[in-house]
Write a protein that binds this ligand. Structure first.
Ligand code: 3MF
Ligand code: MG
Length: 345
């Protein structure tokens, strides 16, 4: 039987303008149509959307107009053979989300966040996808005493329940991150996300999206986070990238900082049968600021190429020899086997 094939996705923010906290943009804006063109050229089938990527200016549009615009976007995707992977309500850039959305200390802001999330559900359905990604970016604190974590947990469940109630088909994938932009996030790990989902009104419709860099920032092994979610049938998306230790969220090319860790992530996706679920291998990678405009999509091509090379490495891994090392409790021999395999020996 042929091995299951992976499907790849990218987000429009992956093709950025090169701004960083210390300097302005260095490349011209890329139109959404050109992002879609790039996706097709690079062999990516899925598009990851923020709600306002799909429907710009949606805050100023009526619910019916939002749906009409999302339907127009769906027709555009159809014409190119692309599909929407998920829609994420972008709460963290709007003035109402300044202190977080669902856990803001301002009740009007909390109401806004839930309403906006319901509009995201409408956008997703019109795009023909049922997955809502929640990156709880500002749901946390910079000053620890500014919010009550007991109350915040209840508010997060309330928001999740409101999204689930908005449409019986909607599913939620929580994308945890321990810090940045906040100091302490309320849902820092996959364990927190799954625990929260299990306390929702419909746990079967709440899963997770795992980003490599976020797991590393939490001091955890990304492949173990993936294994934990896969075992629970809850790994509904990934944001593969890389991260060189505990510093700002780097969104480096997959495998660029730690090729062995990238191998372990691919291997656990293979072991957990991820490809057969039909879910996407998504990347959350940034082009380096130094890249010239015409070469500012190389990071996506490289991430995908590295992933596919590592699939070959995972499928050709000498499992029988590895099992013998494990049976003999000779983990030094196993270490050597892994390293030689990765070195091409
Ligand atoms: C966070 C995310 C996105 C962000 C994106 C832009 C779904 O890790 O994946 O939300 O918007 O990374 O910074
Ligand atoms: Mg991400």
């Amino acid at each position: 039987m042929p091995a299951a094939a992976y499907r790849f996705s990218l987000g429009p923010w992956n093709i950025g303008r090169g701004a960083d906290p210390f300097g302005p943009v260095v490349r011209p804006a890329v139109s959404f149509d050109d992002v879609l063109k790039t996706a097709v050229e690079l062999g990516f089938e899925g598009i990851q959307f923020h709600d306002d990527d799909a429907v710009p200016d949606l805050e100023n549009l009526s619910p019916s107009k939002i749906v009409a615009e999302a339907e127009a976007m769906k027709r555009k995707l159809d014409g190119l053979g692309l599909v929407a992977e998920f829609v994420a309500p972008r709460l963290w850039e709007h003035p109402s989300g300044i202190d977080g959305g669902y856990t803001s200390n301002d009740p009007a802001a909390r109401k806004w966040a839930i309403e906006r999330s319901k509009r995201s559900v409408d956008v997703a359905m019109a795009l023909g996808c049922d997955l809502i990604v929640l990156w709880p970016a500002r749901e946390g604190t910079a000053v620890r005493e500014s919010k009550n974590p007991v109350t915040a947990s209840a508010q997060l469940i309330e928001a999740i329940n409101a999204i689930l109630a908005a449409n019986p088909k909607a599913r939620i994938a929580i994308e945890p991150k321990p810090n940045e932009p906040v100091d302490h996030a309320f849902i820092p790990t996959i364990g927190h996300a799954l625990a929260l989902g299990s306390r929702s009104a419909d746990p079967a419709r709440v899963g997770v999206l795992i980003e490599t860099a976020h797991a590393i920032l939490a001091g955890l092994d990304p492949s173990d986070e993936m294994g934990f979610a896969l075992a629970a049938g809850k790994l509904w998306g990934v944001h593969l990238n890389d991260q060189n230790g505990l510093k700002f969220d780097q969104d480096k090319v997959f495998g660029a900082a730690n090729l062995r860790s990238a191998f372990d992530q691919v291997r656990v996706l293979e072991q957990g049968g991820y490809a057969a679920t039909g879910r996407f291998v998504g990347f959350d990678v940034k082009a380096q600021r130094t890249q010239k405009a015409e070469a500012a999509t190389a990071h996506l091509a490289t991430s995908k190429a590295v992933f596919l090379r590592l699939v070959e490495k995972a499928r050709s891994f000498p499992e029988t020899t590895a099992a013998q090392c494990i049976a003999a409790r000779d983990y030094e021999a196993l270490e050597r086997l892994v390293l030689e395999h990765l070195l091409g020996g």
